[in-house]
Design a protein around this ligand. Sequence first.
Ligand code: PLP
Length: 445
Amino acid sequence: MNAPIRDFVTNYAASQPLRLHMPGHKGSADGADITEIPGADVLYHPMGIILESEGNAAALFGTQRTVYSVEGSSLPIRAMVYLTALYASKSGKRPLIAAGRNAHKVFITAAALLDVQVRWLYPEGRGNLLSCDITPAGLEACLKTAREKPTAVYITSPDYLGNMADVAGLSRVCRKFGCLLLVDNAHGAYLHFLPESCHPMALGADLCCDSAHKTLPVLTGGAYLHISKTAPAFFTEAADAAMALFASTSPSYLILQSLDDANVKLSSSWTQALHRAAGEWEEAKQRLERGGYCLVGQEPLKLTLLPKSYGYTGDDLAHILEEKNIYCEFSDPDHLVLMLPVEYDRGLPDRLTQTLLSIPRRAPITTAPPALGQAEAVLSPHEALFRPAQTVSIQNALGKIMADPTVSCPPAIPVVCSGERIEKWAVAAMEYYGIEKVRVLQTIP
Ligand SMILES: Cc1ncc(COP(=O)(O)O)c(C=O)c1O
């Protein structure tokens, strides 16, 4: 596989050009940082090297079309919501998306800004803020009784904890009811390269986003919008325009080259390294379980501990690891999430398990996270977003209506969405997750 963007930029920089174009550092910061000069193609009107490179990615992932993002999965998520709205309006319908409640806030704000109606799918089990188990049987029951058939079902898989949905089963249900299946696969780009692909494109999703930068050897910001081979051709025709609607007009060529390089790496030795790493990390996980740790999630490159049963909160354990110069992806009172590497020094899985097992086990912490409820939607998210709002402390938020869901709650899954009433359970949950302030409507409609 070739790397046409990398080749173009390397040749350009080597020709020592007089750079009378952006960026302002004129190559002094990095000679490979260029803009859309002649020959460099145009990201969302691709006809040259970008189209060729995206074609390489599409061949790798087995898609009808793969479009690059240099603005993370946030951009393709907005594009997916917009494409769904366009698709519905093509057949004279009102767009409606049935979405797992653990959606990232970008999905929520996109739907709110575009005035796309969302019907939440709540977890079938107890669930927590980060996870939302939706089974094919549960989805089928929900679609059977739905007053209005959704245009699309939107799920997050893998979720932040590494739980993976039965995408193939959900896809079969979506087909039966004539709905599209959209997957936020921000955490799962690498799933395509496992010995048996469990990437959403292989399992029947119509559209998905991948944050290449989260799990592949790609610079921060590199991501994909994938359109499956079986999705209506409309999505391929409209994809670039949909991305351009939300994207910067100054795409980073450093990130584009990184996505381009990834095609070469992913079609060579990286895949073997992934297979070896997945096996070694699986053994490490089993050692941790034998040593008393409780783990969740099926995703091979995530190690998610539920450390309360070992006597620590997730935040406690994160601090202990930080003192040893080990930095995790995420912690909260109940979880510690480590994102595992594919290429590493020999023996790393052993060293990490030994470090975790050397932390003395203590009496379990028995406090459970507050149960989450289902908030009452007083206004549509779109209406709530455009009304006068104010910031209040969480203690003064009871009974108020959430304005925008931009709560600083990593991993960006709001407890309450725009237009929903903040009830007692929500105040308790936000206090538990350390949220001190929220934006609420000035007046209650
Ligand atoms: C589940 C999920 N979806 C979407 C996003 C947004 O992705 P990005 O940061 O690549 O824009 C994130 C970011 O962490 C995420 O965790």
